[in-house]
Design a protein. Structure first.
Ligand SMILES: NC(=O)c1ccc[n+]([C@@H]2O[C@H](COP(=O)([O-])OP(=O)(O)OC[C@H]3O[C@@H](n4cnc5c(N)ncnc54)[C@H](OP(=O)(O)O)[C@@H]3O)[C@@H](O)[C@H]2O)c1
Length: 339
């Protein structure tokens, strides 16, 4: 039985799980409506995307297995989107999909496995999504982490910058061919970026590891890159904004060691995950943000970012460094976005 991603307990569910590949909405709620749940891990059967999915706007949410991302995915499903839930853990993603299916009868969901600390998996995710969906309307770059220790991925990148900044860069670039006018890119930043410093020549913290700096720098890099996409996509009808969701009691609260303890002590004063999803959802869905691009948004609305984010020379250096680290040549945009 799938686990509740928040409580870690089995979900009491009357969903019919079709071998993990599809499920129906709960009996008694519009039970004739089918949700589409597709696991796209290599080797797993791919059920066809239903006609319903084809006629809906398509949203992609990374890190949708828990925390703020799960609620963002729920909100987009509730708004009638076909939602691609991307993440690294099939069990948690499936549990999140089932949870959303309970809450949004008739929703259309798709689960995509990808460990986004690995750029090859970010590239593969973009290829699978563009292969199945001719159009992508919303991309929420939500998956994020911090780490007390410096760790390198199998590709040789430091994992925090890889997940928080490099993977979104690869994913945006890979999905652009499917983005049409009206599409929105929403990056989940953090107010730790407000006072962060940016060492473009040491994005991977090879010289010295300070975990707060590494996280804050990665979020500042994400913000500057998202502004970079906004500028490059001006006139194409695609907007790109960064959102600080607030201080939210999420998976961080369950972290081990002193970081987790500090968050648990603060938990009563933090936003709930549902509250943390509200600003990202507003930026992703509201007419208020249809034409806003390159903004840094907090709960009260667009705010001034770290002054470093307004330095065009620094932004250009970061863009080049990010291209070098990812192997993405993002100066020339892919075909669809060029038009
Ligand atoms: N909580 C806050 O106060 C706060 C404040 C500012 C910004 N943020 C940002 O908000 C975003 C969401 O974080 P959260 O607070 O909701 O934390 P969370 O509960 O830890 O959720 C993080 C999500 O990212 C996924 N993820 C982690 N590593 C991944 C990987 N290698 N590949 C793919 N997915 C991965 C997690 O999947 P698993 O289920 O597999 O772990 C989970 O779904 C992050 O970008 C975070 O930096 C949070």
């Amino acid at each position: 039985m799938p686990l509740d991603p928040i409580k870690g307990k089995p979900l009491k569910s009357n969903l019919l799980n079709g071998g993990g590949l599809g499920f129906q909405t709960p009996a008694g709620s519009r039970g004739d409506v089918r949700s589409t749940l597709a696991h796209d891990a290599p080797g797993l059967l791919k059920p066809p995307i239903s006609q319903t999915a084809r006629s809906r706007p398509v949203s992609v949410v990374t890190g949708a297995s828990g925390g703020i991302g799960r609620w963002i995915a729920e909100g987009l499903a509730g708004a009638g989107h076909h939602v691609v839930l991307a993440g690294r853990n099939e069990r948690r993603l499936s549990a999140a999909a089932e949870w959303i299916g309970h809450r949004v009868p008739g929703c259309s969901l798709q689960v995509e496995l990808a460990d986004l600390t690995l750029l090859a998996e970010a590239r593969g995710l973009a290829e699978r999504i563009t292969g199945r969906h001719p159009a992508v309307d919303v991309l929420v770059n939500n998956a994020g982490m911090f780490s007390a220790r410096r760790r390198q991925t199998a590709e040789g990148h430091e994992q925090v910058i890889a997940l928080n900044h490099l993977a979104p860069f690869v994913l945006v670039h890979g999905l652009l061919p499917a983005m049409r006018a009206g599409a929105r890119i929403v990056s989940i930043g953090s107010d730790t970026s407000d006072r962060a410093r940016l060492h473009v020549d040491d994005l991977e913290s090879r010289r010295r590891w300070r975990f707060v700096h590494a996280y804050a720098q990665s979020k500042l890099a994400l913000l500057i890159a998202t502004k970079g996409w906004a500028q490059r996509l001006q006139g194409k009808g695609i907007v790109a904004n960064t959102v600080h969701p607030g201080a939210v009691a999420t998976g961080l609260v369950r972290a081990r060691g002193p970081i987790g303890l500090a968050w648990r002590l603060m938990a009563p004063f933090l936003l709930t995950e549902e509250q943390g999803a509200r600003t990202p959802l507003h930026v992703a869905l509201s007419d208020d943000f249809a034409a806003v691009t390159g903004a840094y948004v907090k709960r009260q609305g667009p705010v001034a970012p770290n002054p470093l984010a307004l330095d065009p020379a620094l932004a250009a250096r970061l863009w080049s460094a990010t291209e070098a680290l990812t192997g993405v040549r993002a100066t020339a945009l892919p075909a669809r976005a060029e038009r």
